[in-house]
Design a protein. Structure first.
Ligand code: FAD
Length: 116
């Protein structure tokens, strides 16, 4: 079993990062200003430049080139991020997440009241 006070490994770093990114996308404005849209794009490019797992960052930068951030609304951003996360899931052989459930998972809570 892992000692949580040790430095983060790739998995723990990944979980923490996805937690933050999906929650940020869920609480992004429904009608963002042009400046908010531009800032959010810059955020993701900057994030990909400093993400402290080199191979993860490299692949994420490639994915960003193919699929630039969709920042028109919380819905758009959350759907886009879900697809980006699914690309990583696919690469790692993890289950593909149903993106229609993204607000249930990251904002409103599961309909049955459970957690994850
Ligand atoms: P995670 O993939 O961390 O997911 C956490 C939770 O998010 C899941 O339990 C689920 O409830 C939910 N979820 C899953 N998929 C989606 C989705 N598509 N949309 C919304 N919610 C979802 N690891 C590597 O080994 N190699 C890499 O190249 C790599 N690249 C990464 C790139 C980025 C940008 C990030 C943030 C992480 C990367 N990781 C990489 C880490 C990897 O994605 C996982 O975070 C890690 O393997 C732990 O996986 P997990 O099974 O705990 O669930």
């Amino acid at each position: 079993s892992k000692n949580k006070s040790c430095p983060l490994d790739i998995e723990e770093l990944g979980r923490s990062s996805w937690n933050m990114l999906h929650t940020m996308a869920a609480y992004y404005p429904e009608k963002p200003t042009k400046e908010q849209q531009s800032d959010m794009k810059i955020f993701f490019y900057t994030f990909s430049n400093f993400y402290p797992c080199h191979t993860c960052a490299e692949d994420f930068q490639k994915d960003l080139k193919e699929m630039p951030p969709e920042t028109q609304s919380a819905e758009k951003l959350s759907q886009w991020l879900c697809k980006m996360h699914n690309r990583v899931n696919e690469k790692l052989g993890k289950p593909i997440f149903d993106c229609s459930k993204v607000f249930e998972r990251w904002k409103d809570g599961w309909k049955d009241g459970s957690c994850d």
